[in-house]
Design a protein around this ligand. Structure first.
Ligand SMILES: Nc1ncnc2c1ncn2[C@@H]1O[C@H](COP(=O)(O)OP(=O)(O)OP(=O)(O)O)[C@@H](O)[C@H]1O
Length: 826
């Protein structure tokens, strides 16, 4: 009816000549705005091209308060673009940069250099900003800054949001943060239990069909304002690998990569529909002889130096426009592959220490910088050329300013005309246009919903054009149990062994039918991603690198869904995806609604996730109310309390099949929230992991060492009612206004996927469906076990036969004929 009224209004108003005039004017202004936009983008791009798509700056750190007394002699002096290094009393060395920031330079001054590049990012170009330098020279200070004086990352992000809000189009932003620690990718937005000694590599680098790099399983969080990003960034920063070294008490032992991805499908003049801004705080380069690092520190230093050298090679190859760019030599360059190239903008801030005793490291850093900047040095050889370039750049700068102000005028005029039109027609077209823009962007994001978590739109699992190193190996696929969701949300075939596939699908079917019967489906869609990997064993206490919150590969992260505006994907589908995606290893569940950043932050605050070591296995659970672990009586809390954990351990000592069935019983006692929530528990083998340092004392007491079957147990539990009565996460635990919890009994179904792992899922069902489900569980389980038994025997027989054949061939190749066998027999 509303639509009809709107149309009628429009038709009537269209008859008004004034209205049609305004509409014509608006149409032409729109065209003009687009043209100006293209003009500005071209000018800016050309300007940046002239400046250099790879630009290198130098920042000299000031003397820190405790250094001033000891080091009076200055070895560094500088002007705006040159740095002079006093190598000996009678010898100076000169280095050129795009700009040199002297020790008193402010964060604002440094940021002013990246502002044009941020604009370029909004035009669809990939951007990479690096902080490079010796350890302790202020890289983190430049990138992150301090609360009173924020660095490039917060300033850059704020600028992105500000500039996007001034743009004509609706942008969608996602935020992710990872670190590369000793060649291993770690998701920093998935915090980990403090000082846990198990460190996981969960992320793999993939290339999509458009040649873009995607990090499989990396959590990307949709963000809509600076505050959200700031909080997520703080969360990520806390998880960074930091350790005390001789040079820096809080030395970053990894490369920290912060990524903002921008999507705008409505702007045709953008270079790419989705592009990225990477802000990278590189690990500190160090001379290992000087730092006298040993053990883990030494290994970390080596890893950092190796990847920095690989980065130098890549930048140098790009600068020299070489055919072969050695991206594959390090994880760092593999991750940044699509953002380090001709179509991208790269800024490198090289940091140096003012201290004389750091002279060698300073020379090394400056050598790196010079190498990265080699093309500019060549072009600077000719002063005429240089002067011409300067003039052209000034002209372009002028053009950009003019076009920008013209754009603003046109925007103002459009706003004014829209207001007039609204007065005449009673219908605010500007809102409509805006809504349309947003809709397009939202739809696009929805369509590429999995993009953020799994892969980009058009993601190709394996492409024939991919370099071999980019393709996942069978082993890595098995490790991750990778199953990709296609862009339309359908599942692609997984690489997991057929036996596991069958198990998973049977399992999914079982869940679907039971859930449907129970009529307790949620309309809440959710996206899952998984994260798996391998463990790096912990080291001695003196080697500790602080992972502020260390996560185990089998830990499961869960997100609570407070928002009502979710996509209509059913929870059944989500559950399927989750279970299937889980591939027997683990599940991370991601919600893509607009409050997602808040949810994520809420969930990931310290102490939200708990790990219990029970009977040599790990139970992982996420409490909703972290303030009270034993709060079963509080309806809203989803958590295994102490008694349940002990119960779990008691019932978990039998053989696999029986254990699983018992688990079904024991888990029924888990208290569920009447609001629809997922509960996620995982049992993992604790044999090769250190005990969780953070375990509550009584939880530790509940540990039972035993020779139980090793298995992983993943539990997904849902209860109905959440959609109808969503609760703000912040008010969680305080909200007394909600109706009493319905007496829902949870039902469970379980299917062991392999002898080592089993997947267990419970779904909120009606009490009378309990028996049915359990029967189906037993049926599936025994069927599966039988199958496993037969298959196992068959495999063993094949193995033995094969071993005999090999032995025979080996003996023959030694030149021993039939006589030898006869002799053996006799
Ligand atoms: N320009 C600056 N102004 C004030 N303090 C600074 C500046 N640069 C660095 N610092 C201080 O120097 C110390 C070391 O800096 P920072 O941790 O940023 O070094 P880093 O290069 O990141 O080291 P690492 O590579 O070991 O992580 C910090 O205490 C930081 O506050």
């Amino acid at each position: 009816m509303f639509e009809k009224m709107k149309h009628t209004d429009c038709e009537e108003s269209n008859n008004n000549p004034c209205v049609s005039k305004i509409q014509d004017a608006l149409a032409s202004l729109d065209v003009q705005l687009k043209e100006l936009s293209i003009q500005r983008r071209r000018a800016l791009n050309y300007f940046l091209d002239l400046k250099g798509n790879i630009r290198v700056f130098c920042r000299v750190r000031l003397f820190l308060p405790d250094e001033i007394r000891g080091y009076a002699r200055r070895v560094l002096t500088s002007d705006t673009t040159k740095l002079f290094l006093r190598i000996a009393d009678d010898k100076n060395k000169q280095y050129s940069f795009d700009k040199v920031f002297h020790p008193q330079s402010t964060q604002e001054e440094v940021f002013s250099e990246i502002e044009p590049v941020i604009k370029s990012a909004l035009d669809g170009y990939n951007v990479c900003i690096f902080a490079y330098g010796q350890t302790g020279t202020g890289k983190t200070y430049s990138m992150e800054g301090v609360p009173s004086n924020p660095g490039l990352v917060p300033r850059g992000i704020r600028a992105i949001f500000e500039q996007a809000s001034e743009s004509n189009y609706a942008f969608q932003f996602t935020f992710s943060m990872l670190e590369i620690y000793m060649g291993t990718l770690r998701d920093l937005l998935v915090p980990q239990s403090t000082k846990q000694r198990v460190h996981k590599a969960c992320l793999s680098i993939q290339m999509n069909s458009l040649g873009g790099i995607e990090i499989e399983n990396l959590v990307s969080i949709k963000v809509s304002n600076f505050e959200q990003v700031k909080r997520l960034y703080n969360l990520g920063s806390r998880s960074r690998s930091i350790a005390s070294t001789k040079s820096n008490s809080k030395s970053s032992r990894s490369h920290c990569l912060t990524c903002i991805s921008l999507t705008c499908s409505a702007a045709p003049e953008r270079q790419k529909e989705t592009n990225k801004i990477w802000m990278v705080d590189l690990g500190g380069s160090e001379r290992l002889l000087k730092t006298q690092a040993t053990g883990r520190r030494l290994e970390e230093g080596k890893a950092i130096n190796l990847s920095l050298s690989a980065l130098g090679d890549v930048i140098s190859a790009l600068q020299h426009k070489k055919n072969h760019v050695p991206y594959r030599n390090s994880k760092l360059t593999q991750v940044l592959r699509d953002s380090l190239g001709s179509d991208s903008k790269t800024l490198m801030f090289v940091h140096v220490s003012p201290k004389e005793e750091d002279l060698c490291e300073t020379i090394c850093s400056l050598g790196f910088a010079t190498r990265a900047r080699s093309i500019h040095l060549e072009s600077e050889k000719s002063p005429e050329l240089q002067a011409k370039r300067e003039v052209e750049m000034a002209k372009l700068q002028q053009t950009i300013t003019e076009v920008e102000s013209e754009q603003k005028d046109v925007q103002r005029e459009i706003g004014r005309l829209n207001e007039r039109l609204a007065l005449l027609t009673g219908f605010d077209q500007s809102n409509d246009v805006h809504a349309k823009g947003s809709l397009i962007a939202t739809e696009d994001l929805h369509f590429t919903g999995e993009v953020d978590l799994h892969s980009a739109k058009g993601f190709k699992r394996t492409s024939p054009s991919l370099p071999r190193f980019m393709k996942p190996t069978i082993c890595s696929k098995q490790k991750t149990g990778s199953v990709h969701l296609s862009s339309t949300g359908t599942r692609k075939k997984s690489s997991i062994p057929s036996k596991m596939k069958r198990s998973a699908s049977v399992y999914a079917e079982s869940i679907t039918s039971q859930a449907k019967d129970a009529a307790c489906l949620s309309d809440y869609g959710s996206d899952f991603s998984m994260s798996t990997g391998y463990a790096i064993q912990g080291h001695g206490a003196d080697d500790d690198t602080e992972w502020s919150q260390g996560t185990s590969e089998y830990e499961i992260k869960q997100v609570i869904f407070p928002d009502q505006e979710k996509s209509p994907r059913s929870s059944t589908t989500s559950l399927h995806d989750g279970c299937f995606n889980n591939g027997g290893i683990q599940v991370k569940e991601i919600n893509k609604n607009k409050h997602f950043a808040e949810d994520w932050l809420h969930l990931q605050t310290t102490g939200q996730t708990r790990t219990h070591n029970v009977g040599g296995k790990r139970i992982f659970a996420i409490p909703v109310d972290k303030r009270n672990i034993m709060c079963k009586q509080q309806n809203r809390v989803i958590y295994c309390n102490q008694a349940e954990i002990q119960n779990f351990s008691k019932t978990n000592s039998g053989p696999t099949k029986k254990t699983n069935l018992n688990d079904v019983d024991s888990l029924e006692s888990i208290e569920l929230d009447e609001a629809r929530r997922f509960i996620v528990c995982s049992l993992t083998d604790m044999e090769d992991t250190q005990p969780d340092q953070n375990q509550d004392h009584d939880q530790v007491a509940a540990e039972r060492k035993g020779g139980q079957e090793q298995e992983d147990l993943t539990v997904l539990t849902e209860t109905p009612g959440f959609r109808e009565n969503p609760v703000s996460v912040d008010s969680y635990g305080e909200d007394r206004s909600r109706p009493e919890r319905q007496d829902n009994k949870e039902e469970s179904c379980m299917l062991p996927r392999t002898t080592r792992r089993s997947l267990f899922a419970t779904h909120a069902l009606q009490p009378d469906q309990h028996t049915d489900l359990k029967e189906s569980v037993i049926r599936i389980t025994s069927c599966h076990d039988e199958e496993q038994g037969t298959n196992g025997l068959f495999l063993k027989t094949i193995q033995r036969l094969w071993a005999s054949v090999l032995l025979g061939l080996g003996i023959q190749s030694l030149g021993l004929g039939c006589d030898f066998f006869h002799a053996l027999l006799h």
